[in-house]
Design a protein around this ligand. Structure first.
Ligand code: SAH
Length: 368
């Protein structure tokens, strides 16, 4: 099957132009947009407010489901990992993380990833390709339909994080387009305030991002307090070093509104970057760049075969956190979720069934 135009990735204006070329009035575009995003339909057949002939025409020339769910894994802790494929066969992974107060969907911006972070399993895939805006949006639709039911209203308060596979700032345009589509009130209505973008440090994009109004929250993956160590762990540091990264972070900080903060993520690797000295060096780094409105998310390393690292002991994690806090930096330890099904940070490598504890449930696919 040749790739068909994926209407899920079109803005309302683009849909208006699309239906105009088919000789249809612009309200048809709004009906399609409402069907795709408001009702989260993945088949035109189901859009009962469109004439039958028009639905058939749409199905022939375009698609509302560019992703196929190959497998869904459910963790003991309720986390779900979706392994999907694009029309051209590239893997896409999305994770659903339920918590008591709110649910989070962690989506991918690329298939694979070009950055070679030494502690991350996704890096082993290399970059397969950038995802389209439609493929980004559809990940969210698939998960919402599965978790809440196909006809349930989109729940208010779901959070999105661009922390799946890929580097979001290397697919910046498509990501922003996807976010703008998802924020539409007639659609998913997930506003930027509920979204967090995580970057490994693509410095020029941090400046661009800082200029956006109505932008999502920002997280920067730091994981080392010195260039020497960061060069080794995250080779992107050779392109933009800590001085450049922190200068960009400061420029971003200046654009924060009152009360807002932003996040640094720090993967804790046992015996590598987890000493009290490292924590003190981090605080000095923040002081040097006059960064004040930051919080640290500490992520104990999630193991995966083929990676040479291991997580620190719980005592070390606590000591690291306390050292940061004693020096005035707020620090949080991220609870690992879905490790048993390869759904945790840094474990997304399109893995199929290998772990002993996963539960694989093939999903029913919408046609068309
Ligand atoms: N490329 C972007 C988006 C991915 S977010 C970025 O790097 O920010 C994924 C987060 O998980 C990053 O903070 C990354 O540093 C972290 N991570 C990668 N591998 C990990 C692992 N094995 N265990 C714990 N965290 C990991």
């Amino acid at each position: 099957m040749a790739d068909r135009t994926h209407l899920t990735g079109m803005t309302i204006d683009e849909l208006i132009e699309f239906v105009r070329q088919l000789g249809e009035p612009s309200y048809r575009a709004r009906q399609i947009f409402g069907g795709l995003h408001g009702r989260r339909l993945r088949a035109f057949e189901a859009m009962s407010d469109l004439p039958k002939a028009f639905r058939a025409k749409l199905s022939e020339m375009s698609t509302a489901s560019a992703l196929t769910v190959e497998n869904r894994y459910v963790s003991e802790d309720g986390t779900r990992r979706y392994l999907m494929k694009t029309q051209d066969g590239q893997p896409v992974e999305t994770v659903f993380i339920p918590t008591e107060n709110r649910d989070t969907i962690c989506f991918s911006s690329q298939s694979g990833c070009p950055l070679k972070c030494d502690f991350c399993l996704t890096a082993k895939l290399g970059l397969l390709r950038n995802l389209t805006a439609g493929e980004i949006v559809e990940q969210i639709i698939v998960v919402l339909n599965d978790v809440y039911g196909e006809s349930a209203e989109t729940p208010h308060g779901t959070n999105l994080v661009a922390m799946g596979a890929g580097e979001p700032f290397l697919n910046f345009e498509k990501l922003l387009k996807a976010l703008s589509i998802m924020s539409e009130e007639q659609g998913l209505f997930i506003v930027p305030g509920r979204v967090t973008i995580s970057t490994a440090g693509i410095v020029p994009k941090i400046y661009e991002f800082a200029k956006l109004d109505r932008r999502p929250n920002l997280a920067i993956s730091l994981s080392a307090p010195t260039d020497e160590l960061r060069d080794r762990l995250m080779p992107i540091n050779k392109k933009w070093n800590l001085d450049e990264l922190m200068t960009a972070a400061k420029a971003f900080e200046k654009t924060l509104k009152r009360g807002e903060r932003f996040t640094f993520e720090y993967v804790l690797l046992g015996g590598v970057n987890d000493s009290d000295d490292h924590a003190r060096q981090l605080v000095r780094l923040f002081e040097k760049h006059d960064l004040r409105r930051v919080k640290m998310n500490l992520i104990p390393h999630n193991r995966a075969e083929g990676l040479e690292y291991y997580p620190p002991t719980t005592e070390r994690v606590i000591a690291f956190k306390e050292t940061l806090e004693s020096l005035g930096i707020s620090a949080y330890v991220r609870t690992p979720r879905g490790r048993d099904i390869y759904a945790a940070c840094g474990q997304l490598a399109a893995k199929t069934v290998e772990s002993a504890r996963f539960v694989a449930l093939p999903m029913r696919e919408a046609a068309g």
